[in-house]
Design a protein around this ligand. Structure first.
Ligand code: NAD
Length: 264
């Protein structure tokens, strides 16, 4: 087949439904000729992932709870058996107790802090550990982050602290794996209505704020995150590693929005 990812094999982690950012990325990759495998968390999601995969001709699927090292080992053992080699991985996974995605950050519990860091931060490092063994030069690893890592956003709380750690881990992973020609990057996506996002307090307000105040005066789509992912996953991004690429309609550059009306 033709395309930016023709002949490449990639693993997509974090597909829950057709609203998932993972699905926007998967569709873009499949359109550009990639062969894709999917991991899912738990039997309930398998029923959602299988019909979506079928629409893009993917057949490789395996369960994986990233909080369980044995589950990660089993996933990568399966990919090793069916493919042997891996060109890219997309990690579109994050989790925190939704009771702590409202109210005050200062009230975060030790147990949820540790769990949020394990699932939302360490799991990407754990994936890189296993994936690098199956990758050669040109390999590419990608995770998803949010502006709440850089500045305080309402209700993002412990997840903002976790995303800051995730972005720092991207730098260290890029240095470690760069010696083998493997690149590690993140996309900082603007707010998109997904299952995970619905757990964040006042998410509709955050989306509206972004729409009104971003340079493009709108929100971004899963498809736009998918297009940016193509750059980082394909040879187009061969000179880019350790990067956090914002796909947020420009929101991250705004200090104070200009008044649109000319006579005010
Ligand atoms: P989503 O709910 O569609 O996807 C989240 C995925 O994480 C689900 O597939 C879920 O099964 C998976 N997951 C959670 N815990 C897991 C575990 N222990 N093991 C394996 N998988 C697990 O939501 P999404 O918004 O597409 O989220 C994908 C990524 O994008 C997350 O890292 C999220 O923080 C990030 N992100 C989202 C937005 C947004 O506004 N939606 C913005 C920026 C970044």
């Amino acid at each position: 087949s033709n395309g930016l990812l023709a002949g490449k094999r990639g693993l997509i982690m974090g597909l829950a439904n057709d609203k998932s950012i993972a699905w926007g990325i998967a569709k873009a990759c499949a359109d550009q000729g990639a062969e894709l495998a999917f991991s899912y968390q738990g039997e309930a999601l398998k029923k959602r992932v299988e019909p979506l995969m079928a629409t893009i001709g993917s057949t490789v699927i395996h369960e994986c709870d990233v909080g369980n090292p044995a589950s990660l080992d089993a996933l990568f053992a399966h990919i090793g058996e069916v493919w042997g080699h891996l060109d890219f991985v997309v990690h579109a996974i994050g989790f925190s107790d939704k009771n702590e995605l409202r109210g005050r950050y200062v009230d975060t519990t030790s147990a949820n802090f540790a769990m949020t860091m394990d699932i939302s931060v360490y799991s990407f490092t754990a994936v890189c550990q296993r994936a690098e063994k199956m990758m050669g030069p040109g390999g590419s690893l990608l995770t998803l982050t949010y502006f709440g890592a850089e500045k305080v956003m309402p209700h993002y709380n412990v997840m903002g602290v976790a995303k800051a750690a995730l972005e720092a881990s991207v730098m260290y992973l890029a240095e470690d794996l760069g010696k083998d020609g493997i690149r590690v990057n993140a996309i900082s996506a603007g707010p998109i209505k997904t299952l995970a996002a619905s757990g964040i307090g006042d998410f509709r307000y955050i989306m509206k704020w972004n729409e009104l105040n971003s340079p493009l005066r709108r929100n971004v789509t899963q498809e736009e995150v998918g297009k940016a992912a193509l750059y980082l996953l394909s040879d187009l991004g061969s000179g880019t590693t350790g990067e956090v690429l914002h796909v947020d309609a420009g929101y991250h550059v705004v200090g104070m929005k200009a008044v649109d009306a000319p006579d005010i």
